[in-house]
Design a protein around this ligand. Sequence first.
Ligand code: SAH
Ligand code: SF4
Length: 412
Amino acid sequence: MTELSVPLAPPRAASLEKTPLERYVAPARPSLVGLSREELAVLLGGIGVPERQRRMRVQQLWHWLYVRGAQAFEEMSNVSRDLRVRLAEHFTLARPEVVAEQVSADGTGKWLLRLPGEQAGERPHEIECVYIPEADRATLCLSSQVGCTLTCTFCHTGTQRLVRNLTAGEIVGQVLAARDRLGDWPGRTPPAGALVPTDGGRFVTNIVLMGMGEPLYNHEAVRDALLLIADPDGLCLSKRRITLSTSGVVPNIARMGAETGVMLAVSLHAVNDALRNELVPLNRKYPIAELLEACRNYPGLSNARRITFEYVMLKGVNDSLADARALVRLLKGIPAKINLIPFNPWPGTRYECSDWEQIEKFSEVIFNAGYASPVRTPRGRDILAACGQLKSETQKLSARERLALRAMAMTE
Ligand code: SAH
Ligand code: SF4
């Protein structure tokens, strides 16, 4: 199973990027969640499935895993009993385990998930996943790393250690775990005790990679997971309904676009390099001009397929009307949407959220320049599920990472 290991990132300049402290080691009985069809075929060969049968068996497993939501091999009624037993001896269908569930007054749900395959003696790794139901869609916000490679000064995750990259299985597994909890599979209902209301079918329609981590510093696993989430014979989410948010890892932007075709969101937050260097230190490596050039070249852009520019509203820092006008000028010529995010404070931060009046004035400048509804009401604030907010207990537990979740339901 060495092919599933996530390689350690090479050492980098400490102030800009962190190096993972741990790497994923597959357990003795690994999960089949997140593997490609080719990897599944190899594993089936390893437990004695003859070559002529492998393709058909892979198709069956795929269907049970991603269309039916099977959680145990016994459910796979069209797979022979003998093979089901052999599969269960060697593999699991494990996804992250839901260890806590919370629901906000506005219906936003948040799950604390523990990653499968912990090694003996290893600290448990926990991530959070947020579900945001709205009238016409329901968005799931996924994490890509435990911690984050980067050090943005307004983001709590940026102040924490990077523990490790998630595997493709752990990223897709967040979708499976959420759908298990929602009873969002054919013929299933939510498990006993599930709290998150689904109102008879407001199931997962959109995915955003806006939880913990920088997805473009975990490129291969994120790419494989997104392709799996969009697979027409599996979870089958439209690529237009999947949005990846990056702080601006320029060399990987076009590559991710070409390899997956998903929608892009860029955390801009400042209109000049001096300020962006401070807020998003990665800007020192990839300044605004290079970032916007990569955006202009993002594959498949059109008025119907725009890049979302995220702009966190920090009082007295980046929220003047001159900033708003400069933002409009900067994005001229790029098919863009602007998403103003009210800053979510966390203990010890030096920033404050802009006054609501200032956010409205700022948003008016942007609206008058032709951008639709640039600011959205934060969701799930009461359960600390909004952008950059933390699970309060996580601050007390040394074994648990502090999680910043940003869950803006903003895709088409
Ligand atoms: N690492 C990626 C994706 C996760 S962050 C990125 O930075 O784009 C998702 C969004 O939440 C980003 O736009 C990020 O800048 C924003 N964010 C981080 N901390 C925040 C906070 N405290 N308040 C509001 N937004 C925040
Ligand atoms: Fe990482 Fe994004 Fe937070 Fe920056 S804003 S530290 S890239 S999670």
